[in-house]
Design a protein. Structure first.
Length: 644
């Protein structure tokens, strides 16, 4: 066996997948078919739920330094503003707003995290074929055979992995296409806000970028294929914007289409599909990059457990069920949102009235920021809840009384046991990560009864029990036993790349103390039986998903609320695919997001970090020369999805 895992594709999905696997001690190789690192701007919006994942890799300060906060989104119709969404009130994350950061810069941060964990990308390796048997996968990488235990297809909308598996990827292409220009624009529009203009001839979106740059993009009629993208964007900006919008300089331009597709399956034997390789859709909501990062993060801790024999193979089936559920909800919702862009006549007037009413009533600010940030996303699962914390829900990231935040307890990849507002149950249990929270903190988490909550390494609640519910406590203790055994083994082995929470130690502590993961850089832990998409352990009472359950809460009464400044999916070539959007109800407005800017000729790649070595050298392995990256290179319009 040449490796335990092979990641195909070195975009954000593949980089997150490889980094998380290496942190958990899995012998992982990551390859990409491109000769050098991808210089495309592509997606520009990072939502808080994905940002929380990146922060656990130690990237929080660098993200904040590089990105532009997007504090609001404004929606205009027929030249007047009809709605505004304020993102500043977002709670439950250390990131109070979405951030604008071109995807090539996001990839640079994730590449640094990969190097810090001890890995590197091998460029110039195209997947030419794959076969698998009961024990592993044989991958043909540009003529060299590589034998691996697991193969992860993170190679974008035109996935070679998906094609070699023969997995169907069907779905329609939207009739309108889009043009964009990134650069310096002279305009009085607020730079830290997004602006969305809808009129009888199409939509125009203006979104600020770091460094004073601006992204401007808009729709063009069905069948239109402008030869001069810059002039086309200038023309539609002059036609659709009620305020001056003058192009001063260009950093990049592109012409692309949007699609909606979901792979028939995300798992085939020993192969997984994640990110755009598994799902593409309208950019409404700006969730493409964010959903893909979460695909990888949530697959990696389970896959590590399966490889080490601490989890059954069915754990990966549960990952497929959870992420497939999210993907289908996103595709359906963003399709409805995208159709709002083309409404005219009485439908457009009704949309505008509904948007204005929703803003005046406060519905937009109360509901949409958290949902678009995927804070309200809930996986289909059943079991007792403790206040707002129940199986399948996300643990809010809030300050702890002793310093730090709740998600700091997840930094080393363990399960976490939270004792809330009461005595600590299971005092004899040695848990690598635990915290005893006071009544005030428990109430901030939405819990008013004393109880205990078990949280997965991805921040999702696995199980909850009130101290007055003996059946729920017994079930949680069985789950805790499985988690403790795996976490203790992992804590002993250690992992690289991310520092431990300050003051962390293992085992019980006195009431009121906050405990964090035991070992600096410790690795992942097993999943928990029967909870939030995790397979049962022997003798446990499994908790199946609720039939027809939906993981995306729908805000009542806002059907028909218009979209706000949004993303446009990345592909420029025919057949290329779009990016994901936030799940939700029909007509919920999207936020600014993902579109791509094609690469500049002559850009170069990024070499491995000094001192790192390849775990699996091959005669054809080559490392790209040093990167001479620019944030958004000027180029002709070409395709730009993640490649392998």
């Amino acid at each position: 066996m040449d490796s335990e895992a092979l990641v195909v594709g070195a975009g954000p999905t593949g980089l997150m997948m490889a980094t998380e696997l290496i942190r958990r001690g899995i012998d992982t190789r990551i390859v990409d078919r491109a000769a050098r690192r991808n210089p495309h701007a592509k997606a520009i919006i990072l939502q808080p739920r994905a940002l929380d994942v990146m922060a656990r890799l130690g990237l929080e300060d660098r993200i904040r330094d590089a990105a532009l906060p997007v504090v609001a989104a404004n929606y205009y119709s027929r030249g007047r503003r009809v709605a505004r969404i304020n993102f500043r009130g977002l709670k439950g994350s250390r990131f109070g707003t979405p951030l604008s950061l071109p995807q090539n810069e996001t990839e640079g941060l994730l590449l640094d995290a990969l190097r810090g964990a001890g890995g590197h990308v091998e460029y110039g390796h195209r997947l030419a074929g794959l076969t698998q048997d009961a024990d592993g996968v044989d991958a043909d990488l540009s003529g060299t055979l590589h034998r691996t235990g697991r193969l992860l297809g993170c190679d974008g909308a035109h996935s070679a992995v998906r094609e070699r598996l023969g997995v169907a990827f069907n779905g329609p292409t939207y009739p309108q296409s889009f043009v964009l220009v990134d650069g310096e624009w002279d305009t009085p529009l607020a730079h830290a806000e997004a602006h969305y203009f809808m009129g009888p001839t199409g939509v125009l979106v203006v979104v600020g970028l770091p460094g004073g740059r601006v992204r401007v993009f808009g729709s063009v009629p069905d069948g239109a294929g402008p030869e001069d993208v810059e002039e086309t964007v200038r023309a539609i900006a002059a036609e659709r914007s009620p305020v001056p919008l003058e192009l001063a300089s260009v950093n990049g331009a592109g012409h692309f289409q949007v699609h909606r597709r979901v792979a028939d399956r995300f798992r085939d034997g020993r192969v997984l599909l994640a990110g755009d390789a598994a799902h593409v859709h309208s950019p409404a909501g700006g969730q493409g990059l964010n959903t893909s990062i979460q695909d990888a993060h949530e697959a990696a801790w389970r896959l590590a457990g399966v490889i080490r024999g601490r989890l059954p193979e069915t754990a990966l089936g549960e990952w497929e069920r959870e992420r497939g559920h999210v993907a289908r909800a996103v595709v359906d919702d963003t399709d409805r949102q995208t159709r709002l862009w083309t409404w005219s006549g009485w439908r457009a007037r009704a949309r505008d009235v509904a948007a204005s009413a929703a803003e005046r009533s406060g519905v937009l600010d109360r509901v949409l920021p958290s949902r678009l940030a995927q804070m309200d996303l809930r996986y289909p699962a059943e079991g007792p809840s403790l206040g707002r914390l129940g199986p399948g829900t996300r643990l809010p990231d809030i300050p702890l009384p002793g310093g730090g935040r709740t998600h700091d307890l997840l930094r080393d990849g363990h399960h976490v046991l939270l004792a809330l507002a009461g005595r600590r149950p299971f005092p004899e249990r040695d848990v690598p990560a635990r915290a005893h929270l006071d009544t005030r903190t428990a109430r901030a988490l939405g819990v008013r009864r004393p109880g205990v909550v078990l949280v997965r390494p991805d921040g999702v609640v696995a199980a909850a029990a009130a101290l007055t519910d003996p059946d729920a406590l017994r079930r949680l203790e069985r789950l805790l036993a499985a988690a403790s055994e795996g976490d203790s083994v992992l804590a002993a082995s250690g992992a690289a790349g991310v520092p431990a929470v300050s003051g962390a130690e293992s085992g019980p502590r006195t009431p009121g103390d906050i405990s964090a993961p035991a070992a600096s850089g410790a690795t992942s832990s097993p999943a928990l039986s029967g909870a939030a998409g995790v397979p049962p352990v022997p003798g446990d009472v499994s908790v199946p998903a609720a039939p027809g359950a939906t993981g995306v809460p729908v805000a009542p009464g806002i059907t028909g609320v218009p979209p706000v400044p949004g993303d446009v999916s990345e592909p420029a070539a025919p057949g290329a695919a779009g990016v994901t959007a936030a799940p939700g109800a029909a007509g919920v407005p999207p936020v600014p997001g993902d579109v791509s800017v094609p690469p500049a000729p002559g850009t170069t790649g990024v070499p491995p970090a000094p001192g790192t070595t390849r775990a699996h050298p091959h005669p054809r392995d080559t490392t790209a020369p040093a990167d001479t990256r620019t944030p958004i290179p000027p180029v002709p319009p070409v395709s730009h999805e993640e490649k392998a």
